[in-house]
Structure formats: C-alpha cells, structure tokens
Design a binder for this molecule. Structure first.
Ligand code: SF4
Length: 909
C-alpha cells in the first residue's frame, strides 16, 4: 500500500495526530471549505477512530498567534543572525566554562528526526549529556522501572492486548480522557465480550470508571502496598508460573520478603480501601490468566513512581503473564512522541538507540558511528535539576525547544525565575507568546504540526510518518533544520549536513543495528537505506525491525530479557511511609488533564468546540469538604501551597475523595489570571527516575470572597484588571469569566471600557447589583457583559451563540439582556459532545423522554456518534438523571449534579 495515498496531489495526506501517545493515524483532506481531518482506517492504532482533540485538528492550523520570523530581543532578524547568536552563545559558554555549562530542554512534541539530531549534537559533539525532555515529567518512571526489571526500556505488549485480555487493570490512568481512542477500543471489546472485567485503580472516580466493574479509590501513592499485597496473595494461592520464574527471572525471594506477609487488613489500612474490595480484586487477578495492567501518569508522576512500576511488573513476572496475548504490564505514554524521544536518547541518562551512557561499549559504538570528536561520559542534568543548576550559575546557555517549562514544570515560579536569570536563552516554538517565550533572548520560529515531516513512535512501539500538508509559513523552519544549522555554525557541518528528515532517519536506523545482533531491544536497521520515496511512503510499522526481515510483535514471550544474564529482575519494593501533612495544608492536590485540552493549550485553546467543554480552570472538591469550607457550587476557590496560590472555579462532586482536590494544568498566564497550578507543586522527584511528583502535594483550600462576578463575550482578547479572569475561544471572539473581591463602583464605566467604541444598551440595578450590557454595532451584537453579586446564572452556550448576531429591534436586544434563551431554542446547557455541540441539558431532556442508553441518545441527538470521547460522560449523565428520577419517586429531592453547574458554571460539568 502506498501509505501516502494521493498526497502527491496534496489533497489527501496521511499523517499522525500530534497530541497523545495513542498515535492515531489521521487523514487530512483539502476541501472547498478548507482542510478537514478524519481518522485513518488503515492505521493499526485507531482503525479510523479519533477523539475530540483529533477531530478538531483542522481548527488549530491557522496562523493567528504564530511566531513567523526569528527575533532577537523584540526585533525581527534574519535566520543567519539568529543562528549566529545561538551558536555563538553556546560556543562561548563551552569555551569559557566547559560543555556542561550548556543545556537543551526539549519535548515529546518533537519528531524523532528532530530529537535525534539534538541528542547527537549535545552528546556527541558538544560532549555533555545536558539534554533532557518534558517526557521526564511524563514517563521517566516507566523507563526506569522497565530498565530495572527487563534491562531495557521495553513495552512488551501491543494495543491488541487491550482487546485480548479477560481482565484489564487500569492503574492511575484516566484512559477515557487522556487516551480516548484506546478507551473506545477497550469499551468496544468489553461490549462485545461482557465477561471481560475492568478494574480502575485511581483515587478519583474519573470518566474511565464508567466501564469499570470495580473502582478502587485508593489513597494517593499507596499503589505499592496494593500490588505488594497482590504479589503475596498470588504466591499464597499458588498462582505462580514456577517454570518461568526459575528459568527466566531472579530476585523473587527478596521481592516476596520485602512485600512481607501483608494480610488484607494491612493492605486495607495502607490503601484506605475496604478489605472485601481488595479481596475481590485479588481473586479476579488470581483466576484470570489473561490479565493486562495498564498504567499511566498516576503511577509515573510520583516520588515513588519507579517502585510502583516494579510492584506492578513483579506480579506479571510471578505469574509469567508477559509477552503473550492479552497479558502483561503496559505503560501508556502521554505525549505523541515520548517513545521516539526515549529511542533516540532524549533523556539525559541515555544514549541514542536505547544505548546507555554508563556502558563504555555503548559510548564507543555511538562515538565511532557518529565519528564524533567526543562523547558524553556521564549522565546529564534531569529536568528539575537542570533548572536548579541555572539558579546555581552552572548553566550559561539554554535552548528550549517545543515546550513551555514556565507552566509545566513543578515549582513553576522558580523555573520561570531560572529562565529570567540564565545568561542566554533561545526558545524554538510555533507560537509567538508563551510564559517561557517571554524570557527568550532569541526566538526561533519552528514548523507546526501540519508543516512538519518525520516520524513518531506511539505507546505500542509503532513508528508512523507525520507528513506535512501545508507550506512553511513566514520564515518558520523544521526543528531538525534549525538544530543542524546551529551545529554547522558551531563547526560540525559535515556531521549535520542532512538534506532532509529521510537522511536523518536513515542514519538513525543504521545506528540501531550497529553491533546489536539481538543484544539490544531497539533495532530498526531493517528500515535503513530507504530511498526518499520509500521513506515518504512508509506505513505504520512496529519495532523491532532488524535487518534480517523479522518485524514487530510482542517482547519476552521467549523469556529472554536484556539484562546481562537475559533474566528479568524482580525488584524488592517497600511502600512509602505515610507523610504527615502540615495542618496548614491539609488537602492532597492532584493535577492532570481534561478531555479536550492538550498541555498549555497553545493548539487546543484555538478550537472553540474544544474550549466549550471546560472553559475555565477548576478544582474538583468533595461535597463534604465544600460544606465544611462554606464553598457553594460555582464559587471561586483559592488553592494555596507554600510556594504560591491559584484562583479557580469550584466544581463540587462526589467523584472526588474527601480531603483531596484535583486541578488541571492547562491554564497559563495567557488564559487565566491565576491558573498555573504547577506553580504550587513542590520540586520533589522520584529518586530513581527523576520524575516529579505532580499528583500528591499538600495544599490549603478556601473560598474566595468575591464581591462581584461577571461573564463577558467580546470580539477579541483584551487585558483585564480583576482578581479572576479566564479566557476561552469562541467561533468569532472570546469569552471571559470574571470576578473580584473589590467592589465594582461603576459598572457602566467598566462595561464601556471593556466593550469599547460601541453603542451600549443595558441596565444597572444598583440595589441588587445586577447589571447587563450589550454592545451593538451596525445592528450586530459585538459584545456583552453580565455582572452579578453571585456567580452569573446565564446559559453560556446560548449567550455565546449570539455574538455577531443581528438585532432588528429593541425587544430582541432586551430579550438578550434578560439572559435566557429565546423561546425558539431551549438552553442546550454545558457542552458534552464537542463534535455536534450537544449540551448536558439536551441530553437530560432526551433521557427524560426515554432515551436511556448511550446508543439511544446518540440516535436522537448525534451525541457520542462521531469521535466518541463523550460517551463516558453521556453514560454518567444518564445514570445521574435516572437515579434522580428514581430518587424523586422515593421522595428524594436532590438535583442532578450537572444541573447545579449548568446554572452557575455553564461550561464545566
Ligand atoms: Fe490524537 Fe485523540 Fe488519537 Fe490521542 S486519542 S492520538 S489525542 S486522536
């Protein structure tokens, strides 16, 4: 098959989604109305499916806010001047202070070819290993756990195992929101085989719980206790593959000894779970050969992340459930090319092609192969240490590529301080303004997703081509080329004279086979020497792909691992001691993603339908905590830690555990007044992997005493002077949620300054402090502002749909100001289905009309029938409405959860 299809006509291009580690194949089509994207049925990862983020990709490829020209300071410069400035600053620092005085901080957003040349430049030519990646924040603990157990960073299984398992255990993984297409595959498999069981191990009852037969809401970071208990249980019950353990592993006695003889009561105490639910879980695992344990950031982003990974792997080694269909430990990565970054050595403790810096033979192979003047001889600085080293004056020049550490790193204010302090900072990015870019001395415009060519590797080791379908805008350049230009200017032109990504890929593929012969897991030498055309046409392919023609498949079915004696290692792990929380900071802060946003929203934030799902930063709180703290639905709350404070909307839900609070990390200084949650996170890391503990921090929560709340819709973003604002994108403008603790003395003056140069109609009820204003220009609504002493109770879906609408009469404008939908169309409520703009109220009405299954709701409203990302939420809503209806029949009067938020936090469910 020509995997490009008819890309030569540039009307239909096969490429890969740039968001999560599922790595879905995408087809981009040029139509009369512009580019459209859809899932690629021929891609093995998604078989035509996409999630809401993937489905909205075409809405994110415009040139608004793009960085289009190189800049030094605030001035546009030539590429020559910019390259010269970067190369000069790095060369000067190396000459004066040595190779370890410079560093790259890169990203799982880079393509493999970009990553490869960055790593080659730093480790083989500059001679330092100071290159680390934001993937350190994502899966470094999985890498470390794999290496401890297998001797290599190998994901043993394939996505097909999701469908072939009889028991799927999801640990610290909100698959429904963070890897939606895998969730859809798993849901479909379960629907087809109802005997398949799913267990969710997660402190929160996330959307993923919708398909779980059992939800274990354990205490934060108690996973080692749970899996050590499981190891003991399996040994006690004789569920041990003695032949496999004896022939292919070592260390089982020590692991069992460390796990102790924990009875159910001990595990229950350590995890906070009920003994009977633990017993049920252990019983299911003991009885089910085809057990697959999928884990993600809830495991990795922890001060004991590596131990958690090994506690899970130990149970699979004991039972020999690894490398065979439907069984094994399975780490799903967060970023689209986190796996590619691992392969090329993007982490500061690895060399290219899964070779080790600590191994002198591997260093020799890499240096000889690159014909490099030097080779890094010791691991470089890991992400958290790297920014700390800037404070200590060790780093003189830093180059950040395709990431935004000022927002995403823990202790983000201190990281931002480091970015301000470093003597030289270059940043390559596609957008013109991020909290990191603001501190750059040199800004380098990089190619965006639709303009880039290269490869990425997904969580199941599948290498896919990412193909450009748009020309490079302005003077933007692909990352690989910027890196090679700098390397050439530093004096290494010959080693970096690649004509294109295909030549880089060829070198990389050749390197993977050097002195390998099965001694290292990563071997793609079978893809060496592809012509440019063959590279262009390369279809998705799983590694390993050695030169002898074998391809893909699972690892370890033969019991041969990549340690010196080819045996897997049990790792003896001990649960961490319970840390006492300071009384001032009694809550456990957990951070993570929402369904429709990606990272710091530089792309997803541009798509109105994605912004509609969660339009502002929020904190999930248990109702009991909210009541104790006097926090009502849609109030604002201050979350405080020793290093900072954020101000976000309260989302009160019993999906959260008492004593815990969840806040997403997507909001930045561009999108909210005080929403950067990683500013509160302590720079505590796992001692083995260096991965930060982003999910278990101590904070305080209290109600923000707002004097007024506001909701505004405008044609364009503006700057605001109020304690709380959060901006979201609309089709033809922006929306703002507003609030302040200071009285608003002159509502009309505030409205005039906000809505600008327009005819204002409206009223201010000074007694009740309710004000409403509409700006009309040439008969069209160009803006509106609602003010209230309580959270503004107006349907956001309805109000935002009116922006730009013509008003023929004063009555119509007056109806608008009344703040409720017109009679013709009922309020859809908060967006649930982003594809068809179906709201919570639409679905509730359908359920009350008798559409009580997800399929039936889909048939009547279309919701959930395109990308399917919202199916878990639809299911939850159906349960909520039907339970409430039943409750009302029994005399209960409680409102369904979503209705409360519909009234006050319209876009947050
Ligand atoms: Fe992209 Fe969604 Fe697929 Fe992830 S699941 S790769 S975000 S389409």
């Amino acid at each position: 098959m020509d995997a490009r299809s008819d890309s030569a006509l540039a009307k239909r291009v096969r490429t890969t989604c740039p968001y999560c580690g599922v790595g879905c194949g995408i087809i981009a089509r040029r139509t009369e109305a512009g580019w459209r994207v859809s899932g690629d049925h021929a891609h093995p990862a998604n078989r035509g499916l996409v999630c809401s983020k993937g489905a909205a990709l075409a809405e994110t490829i415009g040139l608004e806010d793009r960085l289009l020209y190189p800049e030094i300071g605030d001035k546009r410069v030539s590429w020559d001047a910019a390259i010269c400035a970067v190369a000069g600053a790095f060369s000067d620092a190396i000459t004066e202070y040595g190779p370890d005085s410079v560093a790259f901080y890169v990203s799982g957003q880079l393509l493999t070819e970009d990553y490869y040349v960055a790593n080659k430049l730093m480790k083989g030519f500059i001679g330092s290993a100071n290159i680390d990646t934001n993937s350190r924040l994502c899966m470094a603990s999985s890498v470390a756990g794999h290496k401890r157990a297998f001797g290599s960073d190998t994901v043993p299984g394939l996505y097909a195992d999701f469908e072939e398992a009889d028991l799927v255990v999801l640990v610290g993984s909100n698959l429904a929101w963070c890897h939606p297409v895998l969730f859809q595959r798993l849901s479909a498999a379960k629907a087809e085989r109802p005997d398949m069981r799913v267990v969710l191990v997660d402190p929160r009852r996330t959307a993923t719980a919708e398909i779980a037969d059992l939800h274990l809401a354990l205490k934060a970071d108690s996973d080692v206790a749970l899996f050590n208990g499981l190891l003991c249980h399996l040994a006690e019950k004789g569920v041990v593959d003695h032949r496999f353990v004896a022939a292919h592993t070592r260390g089982v006695e020590a692991a069992l000894l460390e796990a102790g003889q924990s009875g159910l009561a001990d595990v229950a105490r350590d995890t906070g779970l009920a003994a009977d639910e633990i017993a049920e879980f252990y019983g299911w695992v003991a009885r089910t050969k085809r057990t697959l344990t999928i884990y993600s950031q809830g495991v990795n982003q922890s001060a004991v992340g590596t131990d958690k990974v090994n506690a899970i792997i130990n149970t699979h080694l004991l039972t020999g459930r690894i490398g065979k269909p439907g069984r094994g430990p399975f780490s799903v990565t967060g970023q689209p090319n986190a796996m590619g970054g691992r392969e090329v050595g993007g982490l500061s403790n690895m060399l290219a092609c899964h070779m080790e810096i600590a191994n002198p033979e591997h260093r020799r192979i890499a240096q000889d192969f690159w014909n490099a003047p030097t080779i890094a001889s010791r691991p470089g600085l890991k992400a958290v240490d790297l920014f700390e080293a800037i404070h200590e004056g060790q780093i003189k020049a830093l180059w950040v590529m395709a990431t935004n550490p000022a927002d995403s790193m823990p202790d983000a204010y201190r990281v931002e301080e480091a970015l301000r302090q470093v003597p030289f900072l270059a940043v390559s990015d596609v957008v013109s303004d991020t909290d990191t870019l603001r501190h750059a001395h040199v800004r380098l415009p990089a190619a965006g997703w639709a303009e880039k060519d290269g490869t990425v590797t997904n969580s199941e080791r599948c290498i896919s081509r990412q193909r450009s379908f748009l020309p490079l805008p302005g003077e933007a350049r692909p990352d690989w080329r910027i890196i090679c230009d700098v390397a050439a200017r530093m004096g290494w032109e010959d080693a970096f004279s690649f004509a294109g990504p295909h030549e880089i890929f060829d070198e990389y593929a050749r390197m993977s086979g050097v002195e390998n012969a099965g001694s290292r897991d990563f071997d793609i030498s079978g893809l060496a020497a592809l012509s440019e055309d063959e590279y262009d046409c390369l279809g998705p392919v799983h590694w390993p792909i050695p030169a002898d023609g074998r391809q893909g498949g699972r690892f370890f079915a033969d019991g041969r691992f990549f340690t010196e004696d080819r045996k897997a290692c049990f790792i003896a792990v001990r649960p961490p001691k319970d840390t006492k929380r300071a009384p001032r900071f009694p809550f456990v802060l957990n951070t993570g993603r929402v369904r429709d946003h990606w990272h710091t929203m530089t792309r997803t934030g541009r798509a109105p339908r994605l912004a509609a799902h969660m339009a502002e930063p929020f904190a999930e709180l248990h109702p009991a905590d909210a009541e104790t703290l006097g926090i009502g639905p849609a109030d604002l709350v201050e979350i405080t830690a020793p290093r900072g404070q954020v101000l976000v909307r309260a989302l009160i839900t019993d999906r959260q555990k008492p004593g815990a609070v969840f806040v997403p990390f997507h909001w930045t200084d561009q999108t909210a007044s005080k929403g950067r949650i990683d500013t509160l996170v302590a720079p505590l890391v796992d001692p083995v992997s260096g991965q930060p503990a982003l999910k278990n921090n101590a904070v305080a929560v209290r109600r923000f005493a707002a004097h007024w709340f506001g909701f505004a819709i405008l044609g364009a973003p503006t700057s605001l002077d109020c304690a709380y604002w959060a901006q979201s994108t609309l089709k033809n403008g922006v929306a703002y949620e507003l609030a302040d603790s200071r009285p608003l003395k002159d509502p009309t003056g505030f409205a005039s300054s906000l809505l600008k140069r327009a005819e204002l109609v409206g009223y201010a009820d000074t007694a009740r402090r309710h004000s409403r204003f509409a700006a009309i220009e040439n008969g069209r609504l160009t803006g509106a502002l609602f003010l209230s002493p309580e959270p503004v109770a107006v349907s956001r879906s309805w109000a935002t749909s009116l922006l730009g609408r013509s008003f023929g009469s004063a009555q119509e404008a007056a109806a608008f100001l009344a703040g409720r939908p017109g009679g013709a169309r009922p309020d859809p409520g908060p967006t649930i289905c982003a594809c068809f703009a179906v709201g919570a109220n639409d679905i509730t009405r359908a359920v009350t009309r008798g559409h009580c299954t997800v399929g039936s709701v889909g048939e009547t409203l279309g919701a959930g029938t395109n990308c399917g990302s919202c199916r878990a939420e639809i299911s939850r809503l159906i349960t909520s409405v039907t339970d409430t209806t039943a409750g009302n029949r029994l005399g209960k009067t409680e409102e369904p959860d979503h209705d409360r938020h519909t009234k006050a936090v319209p876009e947050t469910v």
